[in-house]
Design a protein around this ligand. Structure first.
Ligand SMILES: NC(=O)c1ccc[n+]([C@@H]2O[C@H](COP(=O)([O-])OP(=O)(O)OC[C@H]3O[C@@H](n4cnc5c(N)ncnc54)[C@H](O)[C@@H]3O)[C@@H](O)[C@H]2O)c1
Length: 301
């Protein structure tokens, strides 16, 4: 198929580009392209790169007119929760405005299906775990609200124009190529510390849990989603809770304690059973194996 991946130069997007190309698909990447480091293999294999901002409507219309994608994977986003709190308007512009632009370009360009990278953050901090898709949408930060609004735009374009759309709500994704800088995932930060034999700081008592899902599993989920007509929203997750204390132990890290962080969610896991039933998808990489591969890549092995 002809596929277009926004955010294709990033962590998850670049893995998706690799797998699409391995499957023989023709891939166009749309990204602000701060770096092409993750795309070396993709460029060699002939991926088309469009350096543009997804909020730039004329640029998106032009990119889609040229690429004529059948399936669009929309991953480009403002992903920093703290920045979303500091500047909610910028976050909304990127994540809601960007999604509206992509949907409009997909509609005008005749795309069949749009799949959105959404997030566990749309649920906030519900009482019952693991979180199923029918749980109330109650984000605690602008980032979760902008992704929930983006999902709502997908549903609108499905209702109004018959565009086939699906949002994939991912839990904490980890793996090679994830940046250990800025507001990064804990695994990227801790693997980078492990690779340099540095101790890490555990904020609070370390009993906080997260649902860590390996990037290759997530990418298989996106691929499976492209080949169904399933609409609405699905979790991509393991359903397994791992505490930070256990994560540090698995990575063999020395830890130091820091103060608990205000507003941090204590426990999190997403129920993956709907994705299993509707996409035939299941995360299959054990955490220890995913951590081994992530560490190896950080060490340049
Ligand atoms: N990493 C996770 O754990 C996780 C969990 C849930 C959801 N997500 C979602 O998955 C998607 C990909 O996340 P990631 O971790 O790979 O992030 P990433 O920062 O590695 O990749 C994002 C890419 O999008 C590009 N981008 C950002 N804003 C853009 C814009 N306005 N126009 C064009 N390009 C733009 C960046 O240049 C980057 O290459 C995001 O939508 C994120 O919200 C990630």
């Amino acid at each position: 198929m002809r596929a277009l991946v926004t955010g294709g130069a990033g962590f998850i997007g670049s893995h998706l580009v690799d797998v699409l190309q391995e499957a023989g698909d023709e891939v166009t990447v749309v990204d602000r392209l701060r770096t092409e480091a993750n795309l070396q293999r993709a460029i060699e294999r002939g991926a088309r790169l469009v350096s543009a901002d997804v909020t730039d409507v004329p640029a998106m219309l032009e990119a889609f007119a040229e690429a004529r994608p059948e399936v669009v994977f929309h991953l480009a986003a403002q992903i920093d929760v703290r920045r979303s709190v500091e500047d909610p308007s910028m976050d909304a512009h990127q994540n809601v405005g960007g999604t509206a632009a992509i949907l409009e370009a997909a509609r005008v360009g005749g795309a069949r299906r749009v799949i959105l990278a959404s997030t566990a953050a749309v649920y906030g901090d519900p009482v019952r775990l693991p979180i199923a898709e029918d749980t109330e949408i109650a984000p605690l930060a602008p980032y979760g609200a902008s992704k929930a609004a983006a999902e709502s735009y997908l549903a609108l374009f499905s209702r109004a124009y018959g565009l086939s759309t699906l949002a994939l709500r991912m839990s904490n994704v980890y793996g090679p190529r994830q940046s250990p800088h800025g507001e990064a995932g804990v695994i990227a930060i801790w693997c980078s510390a492990a690779a340099e034999d540095r101790p890490v700081t555990v904020f609070g008592d370390g009993a906080q849990t997260r649902d860590f899902v390996y990037v290759e599993d997530v990418v298989r989920g996106f691929l499976a989603a492209a080949h169904t007509a399933d609409e609405g929203a699905l979790n991509l997750s393991t359903g397994v809770e791992t505490s930070l204390v256990d994560l540090a132990a698995t990575l063999g890290l020395r830890t130091e304690s820091g103060p608990g962080r205000l507003g941090e969610i204590a426990r999190s896991s997403l129920d993956p059973s709907a994705a299993a039933a509707r996409l035939g998808w299941r995360a299959s990489t054990p955490l220890a194996e995913g951590l081994r591969k992530t560490l190896a890549s950080m060490r340049g092995e």
